[in-house]
Design a protein around this ligand. Structure first.
Ligand code: HEM
Length: 147
């Protein structure tokens, strides 16, 4: 199956560039340390909050690998260094998510968990809204089961 997902956030100003540029969502967020903080909070919340239970249940007992891979992926997708692609090639996210049951519940919990993580690590409101839009497109496209 052909993969239509962008390897960078569609709204990133440097989306056509192969090298990270100054004015990217990645730099607006504050670079690698802030992306790391966001991803860490995302998985901590997934583990801690009962309202993300269905999302947590799709994952294995150890979230370590998921944590590392989402960090690598988001750095590039946000317009920063392409850590994920350098290691694994094209993300093929939809194909890589096929083994997991992803319906509306899992999609919405993923998005809510990420929105809460962004709020808690202090992502600016306008940037958070823009990222929520972009995450919605990607998460919705990952759905592979009804409900
Ligand atoms: C829609 C709801 C989603 C669910 C239920 C979900 C679930 C999962 C699960 C269970 C894994 C495997 C974790 C592991 O290796 O232990 C995974 C991996 C991953 N997810 Fe998601 N995910 C969702 C959405 C997203 C979105 C929106 C993104 C990106 C913006 C994303 C990025 C990734 C990445 C980069 C990996 C690692 C892939 C690999 O190299 O194996 N996921 N996800």
């Amino acid at each position: 199956m052909s993969e239509k997902e962008p390897t960078q956030i569609p709204t990133a100003t440097a989306s056509a560039q192969s090298q990270p540029q100054g004015d990217t969502v990645f730099s607006l967020l504050g670079g690698e340390s802030r992306v790391r903080a966001l991803v860490d909070r995302f998985y901590d919340l997934m583990d801690l909050e009962p309202r993300y239970q269905a999302l947590r249940a799709v994952h294995g007992s150890d979230l370590g690998s998921a944590r590392q891979k989402l960090f690598w992926f988001l750095c590039g997708w946000l317009g920063g260094p392409n850590h994920y692609i350098e290691r694994f090639g094209h993300p093929r996210l939809r194909a890589r998510h096929m083994p997991f049951k992803i319906g509306l519940t899992e999609r919405d919990q993923w998005l809510a968990c990420m929105d809460q993580a962004m709020a808690e690590v202090g992502v600016d409101g306008a940037l958070r809204a823009k990222l929520n839009d972009a995450f919605f497109g990607t998460a919705d496209w990952m759905r592979n089961t009804p409900g």
